[in-house]
Design a protein around this ligand. Structure first.
Ligand SMILES: N[C@@H](CCC(=O)N[C@@H](CS)C(=O)NCC(=O)O)C(=O)O
Length: 224
């Protein structure tokens, strides 16, 4: 198969984890084609996608300039992209301790933010029964994660960023699930600007970046 673009991104119109990778590809100026899988048809859990990603979830990225190397788990993809295609460390860090802090925040995103925010979204929007205790459990955890981020970002030494006092993939990784939480799952009872001002200011800086505005506009146009 011939590929015009360096990367193919297997993704989904709604899924936050795929848009996260698109944001970083844009930030680094890398050329990619998006293939939107249809979850209603189960395309993510079937071949050919599962021959690239045995977990059958999006995102999956294929690098055609590296022997069609396929990589999945969104934060592993972000590390691959910055390790290989960000030599100037525009979104990465050089110092060893800072590198582990960056990895730590990516693990926190993947284990502490995405799954809990995702379960809140699921129990509010898709679960066949209304299970109030489950909704509350995941909403409460969403707010707790906001407070963890707010506490760190409020410290003067953070300079308003998670690692090394500058924007990195660690910050960018949180945008899409934070949007889902702020716009849907905790919208009715959290005033983030008042309750978590450092978190709110950080999120506003992130969604104001050109790459992010562009990707969120693409998503909005596809969802119409
Ligand atoms: N930890 C994974 C989570 C991937 C994930 O949950 N993807 C969702 C969409 S955002 C998905 O593919 N859902 C469809 C399914 O589970 O079948 C990552 O960050 O890549």
């Amino acid at each position: 198969m011939s590929h015009g673009k360096q990367f193919t991104l297997y993704t989904h119109v709604g899924g936050p984890n795929g848009w996260k990778v698109a944001i970083v590809l844009e930030e680094l100026g890398l050329a990619y084609e998006s293939v939107y899988l249809d979850f209603n048809k189960g395309e993510q859990k079937a071949a050919p996608h599962t021959s690239l990603n045995p977990n059958g979830r999006i995102p999956t990225l294929v690098d055609h300039h590296n022997g069609d190397f396929a990589i999945w788990e969104s934060d592993a993809i972000l590390l691959y992209l910055t390790d290989k295609y960000d030599p100037e460390k525009r979104l990465a860090v050089a110092d060893e301790k800072e590198k582990y802090s960056l990895v730590q925040w990516l693990f926190f995103q993947a284990s502490g933010q995405g799954p809990y925010f995702g379960q809140a979204f699921w129990f509010i929007n898709y679960h066949p029964e209304k299970v109030q205790t489950a909704i509350e459990r995941y909403q409460k955890e969403t707010v707790r994660v906001f407070s963890v981020l707010d506490g760190v970002l409020a410290k003067p030494e953070s300079n308003g960023w998670l690692v090394a006092g500058k924007p990195t993939v660690a910050d960018l990784a949180f945008i899409t699930w934070n949007n889902a939480a702020l716009n849907v799952t905790v919208k009715d009872f959290v005033d983030a600007e008042k309750q978590f001002p450092a978190f709110y200011a950080w999120h506003q800086k992130l969604v104001g970046r050109e790459s992010v505005k562009k990707i969120l506009a693409v998503q909005a146009s596809l969802r119409k």
